[in-house]
Ligand binder design. Structure first.
Ligand SMILES: Cc1cc2nc3c(=O)[nH]c(=O)nc-3n(C[C@H](O)[C@H](O)[C@H](O)COP(=O)(O)O)c2cc1C
Length: 159
């Protein structure tokens, strides 16, 4: 039996991770509708620019954490826009740098949340991403998602 290895071309990218405090509860309309609107626009724009990533909303919907992946120029341009968005405040960069490959290459913007219809549900009690997630979460993805969860919980403040 020959051992065939599916080789996926690793595409290097620039990755930026930040957290912020959501102001969606202070906006007209409900928080879920506000979140859906962010995702709708984000996915449409990101698809055009080959930007991928994940957005996590956590802790009574008070915090956002987002991973953005793409070229450095495009990510920085997008981030300048995101920073000025009145739907959140206290935007703090957690990590930036080149990465050997995209972690969320399939997602124009995956939603990671406890409620609604996330791409990967958070399991608050287990403190991890559910195995029932509709995608098989790889170890690297799990590490970054855990990081997102921790920064929105107030852990790991020493960066
Ligand atoms: C938490 C959060 C995450 C966002 N993520 C993205 C994103 O990934 N891509 C994007 O194009 N816009 C994103 N936006 C929306 C942008 O801030 C901005 O409203 C949108 O890009 C449209 O910009 P424009 O009105 O200048 O065209 C996000 C906004 C918030 C509050």
């Amino acid at each position: 039996m020959s051992a065939t290895v599916a080789v996926q071309k690793a595409e290097p990218c620039y990755r930026l991770i930040y957290r912020s405090r959501s102001l969606l509860s202070e906006q007209p309309g409900d928080v879920d509708a506000g979140l859906s609107e962010i995702l709708r626009v984000a996915r449409s724009n990101n698809r055009k620019q080959n930007i991928t990533g994940a957005l996590m909303m956590y802790e009574h919907k008070d915090w956002f954490a987002q991973v953005l992946e793409g070229t450095e120029t495009e990510i920085n341009t997008l981030f300048e826009r995101i920073k000025k968005d009145p739907r959140h405040k206290s935007v703090e960069v957690v990590e930036t740098g080149d990465a050997p490959a995209r972690l969320f290459g399939k997602w124009a913007m995956a939603l990671i949340a406890e409620h609604g219809q996330p791409d990967a549900p958070l399991v608050a009690t287990a403190g991890g991403i559910s195995e029932a997630a509709p995608w098989q979460v790889t170890e690297d993805q799990e590490n970054v998602l855990t990081r997102l969860r921790d920064i929105t919980r107030g852990y790991g403040r020493s960066y």
